[in-house]
Structures are given as structure tokens and as C-alpha cells.
Design a binder for this molecule. Structure first.
Ligand code: AKG
Ligand code: FE2
Length: 200
């Protein structure tokens, strides 16, 4: 699958999900009463692991120079539906440790995180959009990176803007600060997977 690469942010150039697959996620999202559902769903993770691994997602080199490689898909699956005017403020995504149906957030940021470095750990987010954002409208995902230093912080003002397209994905490091613009359209829906990496 061809991807556009920019630092730690990737974007699919072709749809990842077929029309039928989009429909299946739409049905799941349709059942959500709250705007956000972040659940431990081993079944979905298992079903999608191979497809996601088949994308041959990129390795990641941490700030200390160690290389990490994609290992699997976290059972913490994020289903979300925004309605008009909703937005998501600037944040980093958490990593989760999962035991059975319980999840526990561990600190954001690749350093100082209380995880065993030799175990797989959530490292990237695969955000798969289920509907198109109409041309020229607000509602994109913005991922903040300073183009000169390649760093991302709460104060970073430069961003890469990813416009939701049905079946397409954005792929970015969990350490990057990002937000979701106010949605100027009836709805915005996506499914988010956390891709686990292992140090090689
Ligand atoms: O609204 C978006 O496009 C981003 C959402 C997001 O970052 C999240 O749900 O963690
Ligand atoms: Fe996020």
C-alpha cells in the first residue's frame, strides 16, 4: 500500500477499507450512544491484526537511537462519532496495558513510561476514517510537528492537516500532539487502532 510519509505521520494514498468493511464499522459505530467508545475488544483486534500487519508499517527509531518494529494490534479499540460542532482538543494518546477486559493507561511519551522496554508497547495510532469530510470544511485531524526540529509539543504551532476520507487512514506516533478541528459537517466517524511495537 502506498503511503505519504512526513516525519512520524503517514497517510494512505488508497483506501485501506473496502466499502463492505466501512459498512461493518459503521454498524458498530451506529450502536454507540456516547461520542466515544474506547473499549477492550479482543475480537476486533484479532480480526484486524493480520490486515494491519500486512500494511508493512514503518519501523520507528526512538530518541536514544533504538529501532522498534511493528508487532501487533492492541485490543484497545477506539470507535468515535462526532456530530456537528464537536471537536477534540490538543493531546497525546495514552498507551494501555491490558489484562483480560481491563485496561490501564500508562503515561504518554516514549521516555519515562512504566513499561518493560523489551515487551511490545503501543507506539502508533492507525486512525481509519469512515466518512469523507466535505471539501473546504473544518473537521480535519491536525498533527503538530515543528518542521525544523521534527519535534512535537503542547506549544508547537505547525501542523500536518489530514482530511478524513472514507476508508483511508492516518498513521502517527502516539507521542505527537494532535487535535481534531471543530466538525463543520453533520458527522465524523472513525475507528482507531493502537499498533504495538517491539524493540529489535
Ligand atoms: O478528531 C480527530 O481527528 C482526532 C481524534 C483523536 O485524536 C482521538 O480520538 O484520540
Ligand atoms: Fe488522539
Amino acid at each position: 500500500m502506498e503511503m505519504v510519509v512526513e516525519n512520524l505521520v503517514y497517510q494512505s494514498k488508497e483506501p485501506f477499507l473496502s466499502e463492505e468493511e466501512v459498512q461493518r464499522f459503521e454498524e458498530l459505530i451506529g450502536d454507540i450512544e456516547d461520542a466515544v467508545k474506547l473499549e477492550v475488544n479482543h475480537k476486533i483486534a484479532k480480526e484486524w491484526s493480520q490486515r494491519i500487519m500486512d500494511l508493512r508499517l514503518p519501523d520507528w527509531v526512538d530518541p536514544e537511537g533504538y529501532t522498534w518494529t511493528p508487532w501487533g494490534v492492541s485490543p484497545v479499540v477506539h470507535l468515535r462519532r462526532y456530530t456537528q460542532e464537536e471537536y477534540c482538543s490538543k493531546h497525546q494518546d495514552a498507551r494501555y496495558l491490558v489484562e483480560g477486559t481491563q485496561k490501564r493507561a500508562v503515561s504518554a511519551g516514549s521516555t519515562g513510561s512504566p513499561v518493560n522496554l523489551f515487551e511490545p508497547v503501543d507506539q502508533f495510532k492507525l486512525l481509519v476514517y469512515l466518512n469523507d469530510l466535505p471539501e473546504g470544511k473544518s473537521g480535519a485531524t491536525r498533527i503538530y510537528i515543528d518542521p525544523k526540529t521534527g519535534t512535537s509539543g503542547r506549544q508547537t504551532e505547525d501542523f500536518i492537516r489530514i482530511v478524513p476520507r472514507r476508508g483511508h487512514f492516518a498513521y502517527y506516533s502516539l507521542d505527537l500532539w494532535h487535535d481534531g478541528e471543530r466538525v463543520d459537517s453533520p458527522s465524523k466517524r472513525f475507528v482507531g487502532f493502537r499498533v504495538q511495537y517491539k524493540r529489535v
